[in-house]
Design a protein around this ligand. Structure first.
Ligand code: ADP
Length: 523
């Protein structure tokens, strides 16, 4: 038999071991096993159990550890678990007897105590004895209480740890799923977290990026080509910025160039010492381009619309002068110019409206079947009158050209635009040819000229909004760079394509395809 002083010593030793196990972050079950094993030994008991309340439901007890009770027997103790802890002292023994009868175990006495953390019950610890004659004393209760407290701490720690782990997983998932690039850097400016979007933006894989200096992986460059992250990191700028942000060019590892904006959320410790930061990186190339387009838009509008307005105003005020009389011919000439310029103004306003319509969601079409030959003849008639013999217009259609299916007015606009460009960009005149042929269920139409032509590297760009090739004619001819952009939108809305074949000073040939009328196809 152990002396009480030996007992206390061992108890202290056990409790110390348990608390070491808790701080060493052993998993919950092993700590609880340790607690119940030592508790049973110290109480000179036969066996024991620890049951913990389910974290989700909160009121269902589940056995998590036992001493001298094999796992298969745990279900037999369910009636004990169902009893309120307060009733166990008085009525527990009767239930225990039933359990003993069921399992064939010699269990006569029991002591049970709640495990509490900050006044909330998290579980129950049970110790059993076989002998009837040795009662559990107040001392025994105190002893079990000490072990119960340790078990409660272990449960509480495990729950806190689980909670932190869950939060971390949630945070990791949020960072990973973020559409923006996100990375975390430590106090030494090294990357510790790097999400999928960041891999796409920088071209660096997560494995390669982690551990490297952020300035090497992200490298935001100023317009002068200086790596801002090395020379002027917004996180190091003094005084500290409220919302550190860096803007600039990035060349990804795979050679893509774009414009990025990086927002930082720094973490600072005492004395504002840098502990790390989260960086949120966004590819803002499209927004920047949009902003540049806005500026171009405004300058184009002001320039293009001002020109006809000032011509109209000039002629109108001249013709309205009280002190001058004009011949019928001068009057008619002036009024014709006013009318033409007013038409031009109306056309340009229409173009601008169309552009915003296209940007807002496409072109609406009013389709019918009609002949491309008569559309071409109609367009040419207007231009032949305007150009006064400087050009020869040729229509080249097969005799049996099938009708197309489309929006007559919009396609008239497209064809007029192409012919108008051929006129504008052929300073020496020449032949302008319009033709078409059928291929499958599409018509391939073209407009060709003998003008200045378009260099290969410009041939895709000329279809962009406000794009005008930078040459002498750009300054001499009027234009907003919207015609081909709108032509492409209209042709694509018809399910067709538009492109150009050309060489510098060898003229240009614009092609577009359109669906042929169905009625004819089935004939
Ligand atoms: P705009 O003629 O108003 O400038 P467009 O969108 O119709 O705008 O054309 C864009 C640019 O493409 C023009 O500025 C011109 O540089 C070039 N371009 C278009 N058509 C021709 C052509 N037939 N020959 C040479 N260059 C052309």
């Amino acid at each position: 038999m152990l002396e009480p002083s030996d007992n206390r010593l061992r108890q202290r030793e056990y409790l110390l071991q348990i608390s070491r196990a808790i701080t060493a972050q052993l998993d919950l079950s092993s700590v609880l096993n340790l607690v119940i094993t030592y508790a049973v030994e110290m109480l000179a008991g036969t066996s024991g159990l620890i049951a913990i309340y389910d974290e989700e439901s909160g009121d269902v007890l589940r056995i998590r550890a036992s001493s001298q009770l094999p796992r298969e027997m745990w279900p037999a103790f369910a009636p004990l678990l169902d009893m309120p802890v307060g009733d166990l002292t008085r009525h527990g023994v009767a239930v225990l007897r039933d359990v003993a009868a069921d399992t064939g175990l010699n269990l006569r006495q029991m002591i049970a105590l709640p495990l509490t953390v900050r006044q909330a019950a998290v579980g129950v610890i049970y110790a059993f004895r076989a002998a009837l004659n040795v009662d559990f004393s107040t001392n025994d209760r105190q002893l079990l209480q000490d072990f119960a407290d340790q078990a409660a701490i272990a449960v509480s720690n495990a729950r806190l740890y689980q909670g932190v782990l869950r939060e971390k997983q949630r945070l990791d998932a949020m960072i990973e799923q973020s559409a923006d690039g996100a990375m975390i850097i430590d106090s030494r400016w090294r990357i510790t977290t790097f999400n999928k979007a960041m891999e796409q933006i920088t071209g660096w894989s997560r494995e390669e990026a982690i551990g490297r200096p952020c300035a090497e992986v992200l490298g935001i460059h100023s317009a002068q080509g200086v790596n801002i992250c090395l020379t002027d990191c917004p996180l190091q700028r003094r005084p500290f910025m409220d919302n550190p942000v860096a803007n600039g060019r990035i060349t990804s590892r795979d050679g893509r160039e774009f414009y990025a904006q990086s927002h930082y959320a720094p973490q600072r410790g005492p004395g504002r010492v840098f502990l790390g930061a989260i960086a949120n990186v966004r590819d803002i190339t499209a927004q920047r381009r949009e902003a540049e387009l806005q500026n171009t838009f405004i300058s184009v509008i002001s320039h293009e619309l001002k020109t006809p307005v000032s011509i109209i105003k000039g002629y109108a005020s001249t013709l309205a002068r009280q002190d001058a009389t004009f011949s019928q011919e001068t009057l008619r000439e002036g009024l014709t110019i006013i009318e033409e310029e007013a038409d031009r103004l109306a056309r340009q306003i229409q173009d601008l409206l169309d552009v915003s319509r296209v940007a807002a969601g496409g072109v609406r079409l009013d389709r019918s079947d009609f002949s491309l030959v008569s559309l071409a003849a109609d367009v040419v008639r207007g231009f032949a009158a305007q150009t006064e013999g400087r050009f020869e217009f040729e229509l080249r259609f097969p005799d049996e050209m099938l009708p197309v299916h489309g929006d007559y007015e919009r396609l008239r606009q497209v064809l007029s635009n192409l012919v108008s460009n051929s006129v504008k960009y052929s300073p020496d005149g020449g032949t302008i040819r319009i033709g078409a042929r059928a291929e499958g269920d599409m018509a391939i139409a073209y407009v060709s000229d003998q003008g200045i032509g378009i260099a290969p590297e410009e041939q895709e760009q000329i279809f962009q909004r406000f794009y005008r090739v930078d040459n002498r004619l750009r300054r001499e001819t009027q234009g907003s760079g919207l015609g081909l952009y709108l032509a492409r939108a209209v042709i694509e809305a018809h399910g067709g394509k538009i492109w150009v074949e050309s060489q510098l000073s060898r003229g240009a040939r614009f092609f577009f395809t359109l669906p042929l009328a169905r009625r004819q196809l089935t004939d």
